[in-house]
Design a protein around this ligand. Structure first.
Ligand code: C2E
Ligand code: SIN
Ligand code: SIN
Ligand code: FE
Ligand code: FE
Length: 376
């Protein structure tokens, strides 16, 4: 690039540094929205544009959508509109250095935002099959003669090819995770099938823990993780003999001790996994019978030694055990359950988790009715 330029130009080593910084950040990004923002920022820096947007094609709705900045909702435009739409449909790349003289340019966005688009660089993003999955669009060159150059096009092409790979691997990752969730739910239901009346128990516990986690104030990612992992809390019961699991009356001391091993049995199923979901499942299996005051099992953990997933699942589990009929007990009235939690507040139950429960107990009751067991 010309050294005569009064504005700072991007030299090759700076370019490399920019790319490297983004690559590190982007490789660890699992959240699509954040990934889009990061990829857009990378493109903007690479070609010194004022703005950059990574658009994704939604085939079902025939729209392209994007996330432009944190806290702002998705923006969507019809596939047939504007430059981005043109690129998405034609697969051509487009360099426009005077937007208002180009018929394909849709002035609506400028009119709405009060922004003036001078020039646009836009190219298709393809997956490994060569199918167009999105559009990389840079707006308004900020340096040099303020026009996008052939070099800019090359740089953005590079970014687009990298972007295609990242988005594809993220989609793959999501597919793996959704398969995992299905397997886990199926496993958990199989585990519960032996005691007929608890058929919907795992589905209810998933909803209860989600509601509890929201009320307690966990972030969305943790809420989702707990919702998916909590159904596994009793998976260790598959290792408990029918004579104990299905006993209509009270358990003897010896039977109770055997029953209590379902926590450790469940934990052992998952403890060696590196996957986030299965790690969370290991925690709830191990800790859902621990108690705030240290009187629980299997390890007598106390207070915050018990993971918040464990403390939340306890309430979800006990609530369900009490509000439903079990082979060994009749359903309890809601007020009696609420009293148990209030009396146990700060003793067997985390006081803040009990407070979180009190705020949403009506919702919990609603779930218990919606997902009632057929035999109840
Ligand atoms: P579960 O049926 O899912 O019960 C989960 C937890 O709910 C119990 O953990 C306990 O904390 C609470 N819970 C259930 N019923 C009552 C109750 O009548 N009163 C009070 N205060 N709390 C109740 P826990 O006690 O560690 O039991 C773990 C699992 O062991 C139970 O899971 C159930 O599968 C089995 N179990 C416990 N007691 C008996 C029993 O007397 N007979 C039979 N057949 N199974 C039992
Ligand atoms: C367009 O693609 O025509 C609109 C460009 C913009 O986002 O301003
Ligand atoms: C049972 O009553 O045996 C099952 C209780 C549960 O699934 O937690
Ligand atoms: Fe349990
Ligand atoms: Fe349970």
């Amino acid at each position: 690039m010309a050294g005569t330029n009064p504005k700072k130009t991007t030299r090759a080593d700076e370019l490399l540094k920019t790319i490297f910084q983004y690559v590190v950040r982007i490789a660890n990004e699992r959240d699509v929205d954040k990934l889009l923002v990061n990829l857009a920022d990378m493109g903007r820096d690479l070609v010194t544009a004022d703005r950059c947007t990574v658009w994704l094609i939604d085939k079902k709705t025939e729209k392209i959508w994007s996330k432009v900045a944190h806290g702002i909702d998705r923006i969507e435009i019809p596939l047939s509109k504007g430059i981005a739409g043109y690129v998405a449909e034609s697969g051509e790349h487009v360099v426009i250095n005077n937007a208002y003289e180009d018929d394909r340019f849709d002035q609506q966005v400028d009119k709405a935002t009060g922004y003036t688009t001078r020039n646009i660089l836009a190219l298709p993003i393809e997956d490994s099959q060569g199918e167009i999955i999105g559009v990389y669009q840079a707006i308004n060159k900020m340096t040099g003669n303020r026009k996008f150059s052939k070099k800019d096009l090359e740089h953005l092409l590079l970014a687009a090819s990298y972007t295609g790979k990242q988005l594809e691997s993220l989609a793959l990752q999501e597919e793996i995770e959704s398969t995992q969730r299905e397997i886990i739910l199926t496993l958990a239901e199989t585990g519960e099938m032996r005691s007929k009346e608890t058929g919907n128990h795992v589905r209810r516990v998933a909803q209860y823990s989600r509601i509890m986690a929201e009320s307690y104030g966990l972030d969305q990612k943790q809420i989702d993780l707990l919702k998916d992992a909590s159904p596994m809390h009793d998976i260790g019961k598959v290792g408990i003999p029918d004579s104990i699991l299905l006993k209509p009356g009270k358990l003897s001391d010896e039977e109770r001790l055997i029953m209590q091993t379902h926590t450790t049995l469940g934990y052992n199923n998952f403890k060696n996994s590196e996957r986030e979901l299965l790690k969370a499942a290991a925690i709830v299996a191990a800790q859902h019978h621990e108690k705030w005051d240290g009187t629980g099992y299997p390890n007598g953990l106390k207070g915050e030694e018990i993971h918040i997933f464990g403390r939340l699942t306890t309430i979800a589990d006990v609530f369900d055990a009490l509000i439903c009929k079990r082979v060994y007990k009749d359903p309890w009235p809601v007020e009696k359950i609420v009293n148990l939690f209030i009396e146990g507040r700060g003793k067997e139950f985390d006081p803040e988790v009990v407070d979180a429960f009190m705020k949403i107990k009506d919702e919990m009751v609603k779930v218990s009715i919606e997902l009632e067991d057929a035999t109840n």
